[in-house]
Design a protein around this ligand. Structure first.
Ligand code: 5CA
Length: 436
């Protein structure tokens, strides 16, 4: 993509409510535009990052055998009345009447709808276990939407639902998801800590929030620092390995606000190992057994000919929130740096040229074409701004690799700067090998 053609409405005008870095940067670089309170349009740069995150989330869900489907954003009120949550959910639910006067709603989550899909088709234990997921917009009429896409009203979420015949097998589904989450966040360049959490309006008694450390986060964290040292590499998807992994995490104290007890914290964690800080909740998983399957009559036949209610869990990741969360976690010294896996472009090519001397631009065009052939997604800065204003702009956008074509480059070597800002003069072949 040529920068001169990219729809990138960079702006200096920030609204007064943009108080945190990610919100400011996403508006400044034209990644998003607010369309109403807590409702945003995703412009090309922001949309590209979100789609990359979505794809990583999808790949890790598929790896544990979860199957993707797509449910609508609009749901009928009927199933929510059946589960008993229609009244309980309160004002966060956006309730609508269609022209026939029928009650419908914009889904804040999908436990009821997925249970309805399941109960009409699955009748026997032989078809279990199953994990289904979708990646879809949700709406919650938050009292105080704030921090841009971090806490908004319309947001993009991956929500998965597991269906098992008994508690033991349901626990395996929970553990698989726990593992998939840790792997997903790692691929996104994030260190997410699983914290024992409250279940709120979703229900159940087993739940973990996945939280990344950030001063601007809204979740309060109380943990033993040693949780940061657990290595995931030694585990795999086998049942026993997953159980060991969960045990290793469970033995270490790490809880959110609602679960916190000072007495227990002081008893279990030595003073110098205590970590009290803030974080951003990027994922949340729940096991609630038959909380929805029972009222919604979702039963299967068991091996010995009896009927049992299906045991269910649900598992969310805030895909749109992650875009902001990654910015909060990675922003350093006034510079933005996207992790390679979700960067909007692999590399930016910055030639130093002007109207009277376009030699470097021509070189840059050649490099751009070469990279394209290798499927390297490059952004070519072909605008005729000064080098210093170009650099400022690219620090803001945060593409982790730069090829600078100016006084330091020769006929076949170019200045290359990596994500750690280390600069070297190397050939295009060498640059390519670093980018692939
Ligand atoms: N049904 C369950 C699991 S699928 C559920 O809805 N869980 S949740 O309420 O915890 O939401 C899942 C994730 O969505 C959260 O961890 C968070 O990352 C994201 N999320 C929730 N509310 C918002 C919001 N208002 N704005 C942006 N992201 C949100």
């Amino acid at each position: 993509m040529r920068l001169s053609k990219l729809f990138l409405p960079i702006t200096k005008d920030l609204p007064s409510d943009a108080t945190i870095k990610s919100h400011q940067l996403m508006l400044r670089t034209g990644m998003i535009k607010q369309s109403a309170a807590g409702i945003y349009s995703w412009l090309p740069l922001g949309f590209k990052v979100m789609k990359k995150i979505e794809q990583i989330v999808r790949e890790e869900q598929n790896k544990i055998g979860a199957q993707e489907l797509l449910m609508p954003t609009i749901q009928s009120a009927e199933i929510w009345k059946e589960s008993g949550r229609y009244d309980d959910y309160g004002e966060e639910m956006l309730r609508i009447k269609d022209r026939q006067g029928r009650e419908i709603l914009y889904g804040p989550t999908n436990e009821e709808l997925i249970t309805d899909i399941f109960r009409s088709s699955i009748k026997s234990y032989k078809s279990l276990p199953q994990i289904l997921y979708h990646i879809q917009w949700k709406f919650r009429d938050e009292i105080r939407p704030r921090f841009g896409v971090m806490r908004c009203r319309e947001f993009y979420m991956k929500d998965a639902y597991s269906f098992d015949v008994d508690d033991e097998s349901a626990k395996l589904s929970y553990n698989k998801m726990f593992y998939a989450y840790l792997k997903t966040f790692k691929r996104l360049g994030l260190e997410a800590i699983p914290m024992a959490a409250d279940t709120g309006p979703i229900g159940g008694d087993l739940s973990h929030e996945f939280v990344i450390l950030a001063e601007t986060g809204e979740s309060k964290i109380f943990a033993d620092k040693s949780i940061l040292k657990i290595k995931l590499d030694k585990y795999n998807e086998d049942k026993s390995s997953l159980e060991k992994m969960r045990n290793e995490f469970s033995e270490i104290y790490a809880v959110t606000d609602e679960k916190f007890s000072k007495k227990e914290f002081d008893k279990k964690v030595k003073k110098d190992n205590q970590m009290i800080t803030k974080g951003i909740e990027v994922g949340h998983i729940f096991y609630f057994s038959d909380k929805y399957s029972k009222p919604l009559n979702c039963f299967v036949d068991t091996k010995d000919g009896k009927k049992t209610s299906i045991k269910m869990g649900s598992y969310g990741i805030g895909v749109s929130r992650l875009v902001a969360a990654i910015i909060e976690a990675k922003f350093l010294n006034n510079k933005m740096k996207w992790p390679k896996s979700v960067s909007p472009f692999d590399v930016v090519i910055i030639p130093n040229f002007n109207k009277n001397n376009t030699e470097n631009l021509k070189k840059a065009e050649k490099v751009y074409e070469e990279l394209k052939k290798q499927n390297i997604d490059a952004l070519l800065d072909d605008t005729d701004e000064s080098m210093s204003s170009k650099f400022t702009k690219h620090e803001l956008i945060g593409i982790p690799n730069q090829i600078i074509i100016g006084s330091k480059s020769t006929s076949d070597k170019f200045e290359y700067k990596n994500d750690k800002d280390v600069s070297s003069i190397i050939s295009l072949e060498e640059i390519k090998s670093k980018l692939i």
